[in-house]
Design a protein around this ligand. Structure first.
Ligand code: NAP
Length: 270
């Protein structure tokens, strides 16, 4: 059977095998999809072994997305912009093509699954790591009035925002600058703070009351940032499960040419 998988470390917690197996069943595609644990310093060798064994494509998760960017032979436009790769296709020639489906995954979950408008909105993107880089381009294409990128390490946010300076509506800085820019209609948390039960240090007044918050982290119960959002008066406070399924669907489509329905898979995972 055609072989796919996801590389990460750790990887045991990953929901990607469940998601891709559900897509395969739903669309009648004969394939396997495994969680692939790579030693931290042996990512390239692990990928080589998978490709030599006939692997046709793979996803990349924490902490290998930037190494994935360096490893591939060619990049889609959105992966080149993100400087991070989460989806790789092994072409017939053996060439590795790197893609980034995180941005489209976030936009679909926000705008299609949850009907959160981005056009003309004032948007705060928290974080400047791989996830933030992956979503900033697609967010900017959604034509918000303004995007402010704020990060604990201010320089990283300023550097990321500077790539989009030509748009005229993207700026970046430290978390301490947020109070002077907001309030925001939509706040997207692309930090990993929630993994340690933390929330980026911004005031509750950063959110316009009745605004929308989105945490890329997901959990069985409300994440710390979802709890923050409710305290700030958010009308909507979502976690990142829908994005996870949507980015997987885009990867599945690029590999198999068939677009799975995401709604039933999101509902099953819930
Ligand atoms: P990363 O490259 O390691 O970046 C981590 C980011 O979080 C950095 O901006 C870092 O700030 C910030 N941060 C960490 N702890 C913080 C704290 N206590 N307070 C404030 N900021 C903090 O990670 P990533 O790849 O961007 O991923 C970020 C998160 O998004 C992860 O939890 C990942 O699981 C999630 N994610 C979810 C999906 C999905 O489909 N739902 C997709 C992609 C990623 P500094 O730069 O100052 O260190």
């Amino acid at each position: 059977m055609d072989r796919y998988g996801v590389f990460g470390n750790p990887i045991g917690h990953s929901k990607s095998p469940t998601i891709h197996r559900a897509f395969a069943l739903q669309t009648g595609q004969a394939l396997t999809y495994e969680a692939l644990l790579s030693p931290l310093d042996e990512f390239v060798a692990s990928v080589q072994q998978f490709v030599d064994g006939g692997g046709l494509g793979f996803n990349i998760t924490v902490p290998f997305k930037e190494q994935g960017f360096e490893l591939v032979d060619e990049l889609t436009e959105r992966a080149a912009l993100a400087r991070a790769v989460n989806t790789v296709t092994v072409l017939e020639s053996g060439t590795l093509r790197g893609d980034n489906t995180d941005g489209i995954g976030l936009i679909r979950d926000l705008t299609e699954n949850n009907e959160i408008a981005l056009r003309d909105q004032v948007v705060l993107l928290l974080g400047a790591g791989g996830a933030a880089r992956g979503v900033l381009g697609p967010l900017a294409e959604s034509k918000p009035a303004q995007i402010f990128v704020a990060n604990r390490t201010a320089q990283k946010a300023a550097d990321l925002a500077s790539q989009f300076v030509a748009s005229g509506f993207v700026a970046g800085g430290g978390l301490d600058a947020v109070a002077g820019v907001g309030p925001f209609d939509v706040i997207i948390n692309a930090t990993s703070a929630g993994l340690t039960d933390a929330v980026p240090a911004i005031p509750l007044t950063s959110l316009r009351v009745g605004g929308a918050c989105y945490d890329m982290v997901y959990a069985d119960t409300a994440t710390p940032f979802q709890r923050w959002a409710r305290a700030a008066g958010a009308a909507i406070a979502l976690d990142g499960l829908g994005m996870l399924v949507e980015q997987a669907a885009e990867a599945f489509y690029s590999w198999r040419g068939v677009r799975p329905a995401t709604g039933p898979v999101i509902a099953d995972l819930r």
